[in-house]
Design a protein around this ligand. Structure first.
Ligand code: NAD
Length: 360
């Protein structure tokens, strides 16, 4: 049933102009999917300006290596591993699966159990990884350690003031995370149409656009707005190599752009998640008069339940991060197919559609 619906959708968009790159990788003697080089591809040593962002329970070696093998930058999520030693082993496993660069994400946000961040940072350094994506709080305490190991640090920022701060403390690049994004969009609610041009005007260091990106139009638009590439999380969750249950992937294929919710707003730790019955219960509790106590929602939202949801495919077991981009996701490709399609579509938009507009 699902496959039939998926095929009909594909057939519709392929024939009525929705997709650009179907059945076309070489046209008029050009190798589509080969040409977009930016400061980010140069800095990170990757073929395509496409980064897979950190995702709790999703960023494991299978996904990160698939993205890196496809020419993007795959990312292991540090805290998905229960201990720093387990992270070291996951890094070694990823290295066995790809000889291309990959990153490790270290997110510093409120957690139910205290996290030994210093030990995770040390494990990253000792493993020889050369790219780290930091997120959440100011990464300044970890920069001397990372920089002395020659690590490139990309800090995820949801505002221009945080991006400028990241630049001033020595981060090598930033990931500018618009309000559309999955997970924690901050509290400012500014979308990428504003954030990206501001970043282009004010930052000296390279930046990738994050939030709302899932296709070639998004990549072309992000480049036009001044970004050096894109960071995608939700879109990579819905790939063959993503380690989550097929029912979760299917739910995201079927979802529209209206199927996300913002939880923890009352705790100033806003997170965008898939709008299921658990997210609705959390919103109901947060809408009650008086201050929300995290203890009242903790049984619903704890990460351990999200992990079970991903493993078992029970969509109402807990909550999971998802961006507005679910509204653009129509299939479950391999990472290689996805990246090739996005880059080829972006190239065609830039060199054909936009060039023709200019000539007209
Ligand atoms: P967890 O089980 O410790 O907590 C579940 C959720 O509740 C998280 O979103 C957490 O930020 C939030 N939370 C915990 N204590 C809180 C408090 N006292 N007040 C307000 N909110 C609170 O989290 P987890 O699922 O094991 O994830 C570990 C960490 O990774 C969390 O900080 C989470 O936010 C973060 N995360 C990062 C990404 C990413 O893309 N890098 C994605 C998902 C989660």
């Amino acid at each position: 049933m699902f496959e039939a619906v998926g095929w009909c959708l594909w057939h519709f968009v392929a024939n009525f102009g929705g997709r650009l790159a179907d059945a076309r990788t070489v046209e008029e003697g050009r190798n589509w999917g080969q040409a977009i080089k930016t400061r980010i591809t140069e800095m990170l040593g990757i073929a395509h300006p496409v980064v897979q962002g950190g995702m709790q329970w999703v960023g494991v070696a299978e996904l990160a290596s698939a993205v890196s093998n496809a020419g993007g930058l795959g990312t292991l999520t540090g805290l998905t591993q229960p201990t720093p030693d387990a992270l070291s082993r996951e890094i070694a496993r990823c290295r066995d699966m790809t000889d291309k660069p990959f990153a490790v994400n270290l997110t510093i946000l409120p957690t139910i159990k205290p996290v030994p961040y210093k030990d995770y940072a040390q494990a990253i350094v000792d493993s020889g990884v050369k790219i780290v994506e930091t997120a959440g709080r100011n990464p300044e305490p970890f920069l001397p350690l990372f920089k002395s190991a020659g690590i490139k640090v990309i800090h995820k920022c949801t505002s221009i003031r945080h991006s400028l701060k990241a630049e001033s403390i020595g981060c090598d690049a930033v990931s500018v995370d618009g309000f559309e994004c999955a997970g924690h969009p901050g509290e400012d609610d500014v979308t990428n149409l504003i954030l990206l041009p501001l970043a282009a005007r004010r930052l000296q260091i390279p930046f990738v656009a994050s939030g709302g990106l899932g296709d070639g139009r998004g990549l072309a638009a992000a480049l036009a707005l001044g970004a050096d590439g894109i960071n995608m999380g939700t879109r990579f969750m819905v790939t063959e190599e993503s380690p989550i249950h097929i029912k979760v992937k299917q739910a995201m294929v079927e979802a529209s752009e209206l199927d996300t919710a913002l939880v923890y707003r009352t705790l100033s730790n806003t997170a965008r998640v898939f709008k299921n019955s658990i997210a609705e219960q959390v919103l109901e509790i947060e809408s009650q008069p008086g201050a929300t106590r995290f203890e009242d929602i903790q049984p619903l939202v704890q990460g351990a339940k999200g992990k079970e949801l991903f493993a078992e495919g029970d969509l109402e077991r807990g909550i999971w991060s998802a961006g507005m981009v679910v509204g653009l996701i129509e299939d479950i490709p391999s990472c290689d197919e996805l990246i090739q399609r996005i880059v080829a579509d972006a190239e065609e938009i830039i060199s054909d559609r936009l060039a023709q507009i200019l000539q007209a």
